[in-house]
Write a protein that binds this ligand. Structure first.
Ligand SMILES: [Fe+2]
Length: 336
């Protein structure tokens, strides 16, 4: 563990992750104010929770129940739905990954397992697959690994509702950053949006002091959003007092949102991509379903805003190269 991170038990809560209502955000009178609240949150902590949003709670609850039923099966059953060879996005069931490796930290394997999906699936018809470069196509175009657990495809309407919500939030951030309202809609046309159902099995003993169920990391993409299940455990590093972890407020049905590394680049460094981790509660299994939006694999991401005075600018980033590099590090040595 690097000394740049706070001690595992240094936890403090003081409203650092704000809860923001989206009520009336479509009203031109209120829109600017909401955009400013959201932008202020990403400038300060990199995280916020929105309520009065557009994602129906039942979409999440339906998938949560069926995902839990899938994860409770023996590993040998779940292993039949692991990634297929050549899928660089690693759709399906995966274990033994290390989230912290993506940002260069050495940790034990995470206590989580995950099932992931994305829209570059030839059977969904949701993305333009014809114009992809052959090398990218080989790495990204594969079928999702849907298990036959009853109702599992309830993940699809949740995915679409959350993707729509992220684009709505990004339009507000475009306003906050002084960009055209459709800036992110154009950047994230044909996005490589990745959904992960994370499962944290019941921990029969308290974790060691220096361990977390999902190690400290930043998210690599533009924006991450997940519906809060009411289960605690997600913590964010306090960037004003970097010797403290801050628990994300418990707002069941709220959407937890954070900026990824690519949004920091687009914002010219105005927004923050914060270290976060998951600490498992004792004796409780936990499921979270984050949705990660990244630009499509043919995109080069460039800063849309100049760097703040005195700071050096960001180099353009090849979206596909960056995604596959971070994924490769995180899943090096992973099972399934
Ligand atoms: Fe994350």
């Amino acid at each position: 563990m690097t000394s740049a991170l706070p001690a595992s038990d240094a936890v403090d809560e003081h409203g650092y992750v704000p809860v923001i209502s989206l009520a009336g955000a479509h009203d031109p009178q209120r829109r600017e104010k909401v955009a400013r609240y959201l932008g202020d949150a990403l400038r300060r902590s990199g995280f916020y929770i929105v309520v009065d949003h557009d994602v129906p709670r039942y979409l999440f609850d339906r998938f949560y129940a069926t995902a839990l039923a899938f994860f409770r099966q023996p590993a040998a059953v779940k292993a039949a739905y692991g990634p297929v060879p050549g899928d660089l996005t690693r759709r399906g069931w995966t274990t033994r990954f290390r989230a912290a490796a993506g940002i260069g930290l050495e940790t034990d394997e995470d206590a989580a397992e995950a099932w992931t999906m994305n829209p570059y699936d030839p059977t969904l018809g949701w993305r333009n697959l014809v114009d992809l470069q052959p090398g990218v196509r080989a790495g990204i175009v594969h079928p999702n690994r849907f298990p036959p657990t009853p109702g599992f495809r309830a993940v699809l309407p949740y995915f679409l509702a959350m993707e729509s919500q992220i684009l709505t939030l990004l339009a507000l951030h475009a306003t906050d950053l002084g960009l055209p309202i459709d800036y992110f809609a154009r950047l994230c046309d044909q996005p490589l949006t990745n959904l992960a159902a994370n499962y944290y099995p019941r921990q029969h003993q308290a974790p060691a002091d220096d361990s977390s169920c999902l190690g400290p990391h930043t998210d690599l993409g533009i924006m991450t959003a997940l519906m809060h299940s009411g289960q605690r455990g997600l913590q964010v590093i306090d960037q004003d007092h970097p010797d403290r972890w801050v628990p994300v407020p418990n707002v069941p049905g709220g959407i937890v949102v954070n900026a990824g590394d690519e949004l920091v680049l687009v914002s010219g460094g105005r927004y923050r991509s914060a270290y976060h981790r998951v600490v498992c509660p004792d004796n409780e299994e936990r499921v979270s379903v984050p949705v990660f939006m990244q630009p499509g694999p043919d995109r080069v991401i460039t800063p849309a805003c100049p760097p703040p005075l005195g700071e050096s600018g960001y180099e353009p980033l090849d979206s596909w190269e960056f995604f596959t590099r971070r994924m490769g590090i995180m899943y090096e040595g992973a099972g399934h």
